[in-house]
Write a protein that binds this ligand. Structure first.
Ligand code: G1P
Length: 260
C-alpha cells in the first residue's frame, strides 16, 4: 500500500493487468494486509461523504478504482515463497494460462509489459517471463538465465539460477516481476523441493518445467522501476509524477529551481 505519486504501489500492477485485457485478478495476501481488500472494494460511506462535500473528482476516482476488475483474495498463511504463493492460487485459476505480476516492480511501457508477454505467449503457446539486463549487483537480486537467442527480444531459456551473484551468473539477463504461465507450472511447483530458507522458489519450479516444455524470456520494451530499492522508488515517484499533466508543470519548475 506504499504510495507512489498518489496511488498505492499495487494499483500500478492492477491497472497494468486491466490495460492488458485481464479482468479477473487474484491478490495473494497475508495477515495484516486487509487494507488491500478494502481499497479495491466499494466504500459507500466515503462516497456519500465525498458527494456531500462536492468532491466529485475524488468520488469519480474511488468509483473507478472499485470497478477496475473483479477481485479475489487468496491468503498465504505462511511466507513460503513465490512458488507457494502461485500454487495456492491454483483453485482460482483452474486449467488456464495466467499472468503473475509482482507489484514491487512498476513497469512504465507504451504497450503494457504484461500485454507484451501475453502477445508473445499467444504466438508461442509456451510460458513466457519478462527479462531485463542487469549489472553485477543485479545478479545478486534476481534470477539469471542461460539462453539461446531466438530474435531481437525473444530468448529460449536453457537454464536459470536464483540470485547467483556475478561469479556464477550465466549472463546479464535477469528475470523481472512479470510472468505468463501455462497451467502445467502447477505440477512443476508441486515437484519443487523447498530451498535452504524453507521457501518454494518459482525459479526452481521453472527449471523443472524446462525439462518437459520450452520456456521463453522476453526482453520488454519500456522502463521498469524496482520500488523495493529506495533510489528507484524516488526516481519512479518523480518520473511518474512528471508524466501526469496535473503535476508536471509545477514539478518541473520546482526541480529546475533545485538544480540551478
Ligand atoms: C523474485 C524471483 C526472482 C526474480 C524477482 C523479480 O525474487 O524469485 O527470480 O528475479 O522476483 O523481481 P524476490 O524479489 O521475491 O526475492
Amino acid at each position: 500500500m506504499l504510495t507512489v505519486v498518489d496511488r498505492p504501489l499495487i494499483q500500478y500492477s492492477v491497472e497494468e493487468s486491466v490495460r492488458s485485457g485481464i479482468k479477473n485478478i487474484a491478490i495473494v495476501i497475508s495477515r495484516g494486509k486487509s487494507a488491500i481488500e478494502d481499497y479495491f472494494d466499494d466504500s459507500p460511506e466515503l462516497e456519500q461523504f465525498l458527494e456531500a462535500k462536492g468532491k466529485l473528482d475524488n468520488l469519480q476516482e474511488i468509483r473507478r478504482i472499485s470497478n477496475l476488475a473483479n477481485f479475489w483474495y487468496v491468503r498465504q498463511k505462511k511466507a513460503l515463497g513465490l512458488g507457494h504463493a502461485i500454487l495456492i492460487s491454483e483453485k482460482f485459476i483452474g486449467d488456464e494460462s495466467f499472468a503473475v505480476l509482482l507489484p514491487d516492480d512498476i513497469f512504465d511501457c507504451d504497450i503494457p509489459c504484461t500485454k507484451q508477454l501475453l502477445d508473445a505467449h499467444k504466438e508461442l503457446g509456451a510460458s513466457v517471463i519478462v527479462l531485463g539486463r542487469v549489472d553485477k549487483e543485479g545478479t545478486k537480486k534476481y534470477g539469471i538465465i542461460k539462453y539461446k537467442q531466438v530474435s531481437d527480444r525473444l530468448f529460449q531459456i536453457e537454464d536459470l539460477v536464483e540470485k547467483p551473484g556475478p561469479e556464477k551468473a550465466f549472463s546479464d539477463l535477469a528475470v523481472l516481476g512479470r510472468y505468463v504461465f501455462n497451467p502445467e507450472i502447477f505440477d512443476a511447483i508441486k515437484n519443487t523441493p523447498m530451498d535452504d530458507k524453507g521457501e518454494i522458489q518459482i525459479t526452481d519450479a521453472i527449471r523443472i518445467l524446462l525439462k518437459e516444455r520450452p520456456v521463453y524470456g522476453y526482453l520488454f520494451e519500456g522502463k521498469r522501476y524496482d520500488a523495493g530499492d529506495k533510489q528507484e522508488f524516488i526516481e519512479a515517484t518523480i518520473d511518474l509524477a512528471l508524466k501526469r499533466p496535473e503535476f508536471s508543470h509545477k514539478l518541473k519548475e520546482f526541480l529546475k529551481a533545485k538544480i540551478s
